[in-house]
Design a protein around this ligand. Structure first.
Ligand code: ADP
Ligand code: UDP
Length: 237
């Protein structure tokens, strides 16, 4: 399958048409951004890692009953996916306090929750991805009530599967962001990516951050952290 016209260039990926109107090619870049694009940089090798990690995790999720956009890994950076119309909601699941949760509610990072939380933000860069609840999403017609229920059900399932998987790699899944989309027949599937860019992943023993927070917070060792998390994953697939 060959790349056709470029449809979109985002912050982390490019999206291309293919000969099949139902399929796209996503191409992962090494570009890194944070704080809604205010901080920019490059993480050498990130595109390859995010592509391969996302594909391995999505295949695992498919087996566990979560439909995804994944079709075929074409090369180190390129993947064939089912074209969806993205539901403009970023779904965030948290198992442990960190990042904006800790900031908003004035608590320390690292509090383990009794049960995972879910929150939505409106995927809209111009507005800075504001938080919203189900009622707001319905009012704005971002998704139907049935779609929101499906998205929640799949998101908690993703958490169950990935939490257990990462635990086996000696990694704690702190929180992550998911995006869903509609196939041409309206079926909801998991889309976009699951990677150290979109998840917080802490070494279970030392608490060391093995994700994009190393870039966001200028902690150093960014490339090494991406390599290390991919090495842990490879050992367990
Ligand atoms: P951003 O748009 O936030 O800068 P990216 O650089 O990752 O993000 O760009 C990839 C874009 O492709 C995102 O807008 C994402 O929602 C979208 N996307 C991901 N998977 C699919 C898919 N299967 N079909 C259509 N669009 C997709
Ligand atoms: N996240 C993401 N894209 C975003 C916002 C958040 O992938 O636009 C991920 C982030 O990597 C983390 C989780 O979602 O794993 C929760 O992020 P949080 O709300 O704490 O925001 P942040 O601290 O990144 O501002």
């Amino acid at each position: 399958m060959n790349k056709g016209e470029q449809l979109y260039e985002g912050k982390a990926k490019k999206v291309f048409k293919t000969d099949d109107p139902e399929l796209l090619i996503v191409s992962y870049k090494d570009d890194a951004t944070a704080f809604n694009g205010l901080k920019k940089g490059t993480i050498v090798g990130k595109g390859v890692i995010n592509n391969q990690m996302s594909n391995l995790l999505m295949q695992r999720l498919e087996k566990a009953g979560v439909p995804t956009h994944f079709v075929e890994e074409l090369s180190e950076r390129d993947t064939l996916v089912r074209k969806v119309s993205i539901v403009p909601l970023e779904v965030i699941i948290r198992n442990i306090s960190a990042g904006s949760f800790a900031k908003h509610y004035g608590v320390e990072e690292g509090i383990v929750f009794d049960a995972p939380t879910i929150e939505f933000s409106y995927k809209n860069d111009a507005l800075g991805d504001p938080l919203l609840n189900d009622y707001h999403a319905l009012a704005l017609k971002l998704a139907t009530a049935e779609e929101i229920e499906t998205i929640k059900k799949y998101s908690f399932k993703v958490n169950d599967v990935l939490k257990a998987f990462w635990a086996g790699c000696g990694v704690t899944l702190v929180d992550f962001k998911l995006e869903f989309g509609r196939l041409s027949d309206g079926t909801i599937v998991l889309a976009d990516e699951i990677s150290p860019d979109t998840c917080r992943l802490w070494d279970s023993k030392t608490g060391e951050k093995l994700d994009k927070d190393r870039f966001r917070r200028d902690l150093g060792g960014v490339e090494d952290a991406y390599q290390e998390i991919m090495r842990r994953l490879r050992e367990h697939v």
